[in-house]
Design a protein around this ligand. Structure first.
Ligand code: HEM
Length: 514
């Protein structure tokens, strides 16, 4: 790495360039050399929203948020890196994030058009990887008002209760048999079940293999795709990714087509009955009614738009919620003092009830502190989702050209002693006592769900599910680490990907609390 001044307006050395980018031609060769010389991948490793098939990804290693954090300590909270033909700006402090996602939010409100967008996002016809503009605004308004509104989310409370009860019973049986529970798998299956029932009206089963195809697709999307950085290489498909994208997206599309066809057969009857509408029903019903919440949308959202929205909502919810629950349970097991305090709160608020209800959640103030503290230290999406600028702009004296990609290193925010004081390393939910700092506000130090135009539209659902699952799991069970492991032995390393879960699954023995 070598520091250089990069633009006419640059006045200080906050910009960083990779030495291979200093001369574009040698950079191209180097990238090419890495790709060609790599032996078949032993494991898949990740780089910001793209994995690499070579064992060591360019510049940043397997945990880019950590490497970029280190660089920011040397070069400051606003840095620039060029990779192939793509210019990145990396922002590593809440104040800098406020400039990009607050003051200049509209300029950075677009998304990059990567090759995977063509295949998995139907060339950008949904939300997450759709470029900023009137189509995206309409779809976003529709999703927020019709699918993710408080009223709609509440209408699925019965599904959540049912699925949680089933899981608690499974864990109770494991506790009687003194069996170790793989919490990562158990929580994953629960969230998947709740989400698939809400979106498709049914769960994954032997015949309906949506989630496994989706997981494979997400893995492929995450692979560092040379064609995105050196577009002239795209036709050669050196990594075999285009072929893989085509196959997987075709499989995914066929499953979605089957689901939509099944729903179409019943939509008219369902919309006239009192039966609960799942998300596919609501999308289909668009065609049969006028709504002023999304003017003219029925004409805009075609079949591929519908499929893309479904993919975005599934991809946006299952792994994110599963990963947050997993980290919170791990943090509680690792910190028995905090676990006890939360269990005491639950005892007082819930008492002898058979299940923690959604209506109990507002009364669990310590639970909210635990959630905030966990997501501060163990972010689910440490670099959020990349944004892209739509015009040239000067920020803090730096010229930032149009089409620059913005990465917000939220992982670094939680480690900033200026924000969280010298004890930032400590897991201390009480730091949120008597403060209003929250994900929902305008607090740039706590933007796990993003902020501004591209902030997460599923935040309320995400927090609801997370709180509900965690509270039930620790109210009814004590958790002990297996094989005499002590809490201090629990490994808290992460694995980078589209979300950033624990590197190792979380295993624990449940002890039923009568
Ligand atoms: C704990 C759970 C969740 C976390 C941590 C999370 C986090 C995020 C983050 C960091 C972003 C990107 C923000 C940015 O670009 O600046 C995002 C966007 C998004 N999330 Fe979530 N999310 C969660 C749950 C959900 C749920 C439950 C849904 C839907 C049911 C959802 C749907 C989306 C969508 C569609 C976007 C793209 C928005 C756009 O580009 O306009 N998320 N989320």
């Amino acid at each position: 790495m070598k520091k250089i001044t990069m633009t006419k307006a640059s006045t200080s050395s906050n910009y960083v360039f990779c030495y291979i980018c200093n001369t574009i031609s040698s950079h191209r060769y180097l990238v090419l050399a890495i790709a060609i010389s790599s032996s078949p991948p032993q494991e898949t490793t990740t780089w910001p929203y793209a994995l690499t098939n070579h064992r060591k990804p360019p510049l940043t290693g397997n945990l880019p948020h950590r490497a970029l954090h280190k660089l920011s300590q040397k070069y400051g909270p606003i840095m620039s890196i060029r990779l192939g033909s793509i210019q990145f700006v990396i922002v590593s402090s809440p104040e800098a994030a406020k400039l990009f996602l607050g003051t200049h939010d509209v300029v950075f409100a677009s998304r990059p058009n990567i090759q995977a967008t063509k295949y998995f996002a139907y060339s950008g016809k949904g939300l997450t990887f759709t470029e900023y503009g009137s189509y995206w605004r309409n779809v976003r308004k529709f999703c927020t008002l019709e699918l993710l509104s408080a009223k709609k989310i509440n209408s699925f409370a019965g599904i959540r209760r049912e699925e949680i009860r089933l899981m608690l019973e499974e864990i109770r049986i494991a506790s009687v048999g003194r069996k170790v529970v793989n919490l990562s798998e158990t929580v994953g299956a629960l969230i998947e079940g709740m989400t698939c029932r809400m979106i498709f009206g049914k769960k994954n089963d032997d015949k309906f293999l949506f989630k496994s195809v989706m997981d494979e697709s997400m893995e492929a999307i995450g692979i560092f795709n040379l064609a995105d950085y050196v577009p002239m290489l795209a036709p050669f498909d050196l990594q075999g990714l285009t072929k893989r994208f085509k196959l997987l997206s075709k499989e995914l599309d066929e499953i979605l087509e089957t689901l939509i066809n099944e729903h179409e057969e019943h939509i008219l009857i369902k919309s006239q009955s009192h039966e609960e509408m799942d998300f596919i029903d609501i999308l289909l019903s668009l065609k049969h009614r006028y709504s002023n919440t999304h003017d003219g949308l029925s004409f805009t959202i075609d079949r591929s738009g519908m499929k893309c929205i479904l993919v975005d909502l599934i991809a946006g919810s299952i792994d994110t919620i599963k990963t947050s629950v997993e980290w919170i349970l791990a943090a509680l097991i690792k910190h028995p003092r905090v676990m006890k305090k939360l269990q005491q709160e639950l005892k007082v608020v819930i008492g002898d009830k058979h299940v923690v209800e959604e209506t109990d959640l507002p009364n669990l103030s310590y639970l909210h502190m635990v959630v905030k503290e966990t997501l501060r230290l163990y972010p689910i999406a440490p670099l959020l989702v990349p944004h892209q600028s739509m015009e040239d702009i000067v920020i803090n004296g730096y010229n930032i050209p149009k089409n620059t990609r913005l990465l917000v290193n939220y992982w670094a925010f939680g480690r900033d002693s200026k924000v969280w004081s010298e004890n930032w390393e400590e897991f201390l939910p009480e730091r949120f006592l008597d403060t209003e700092v929250d994900f929902r506000g305008h607090d740039y130090q706590l933007i796990q769900f993003g902020i501004g135009r591209r902030g997460c539209p599923g935040m309320n659902l995400g927090l609801l599910n997370t709180g509900l699952v965690v509270s039930n799991m620790v109210h009814f069970f004590d958790w002990e680490l297996p094989s005499g492991m002590s809490s201090s032995d629990l490994d808290m390393k992460e694995k980078f990907g589209l979300t950033t879960p624990r590197a190792k699954p979380l295993l624990a023995n449940p002890i039923y609390q009568n």
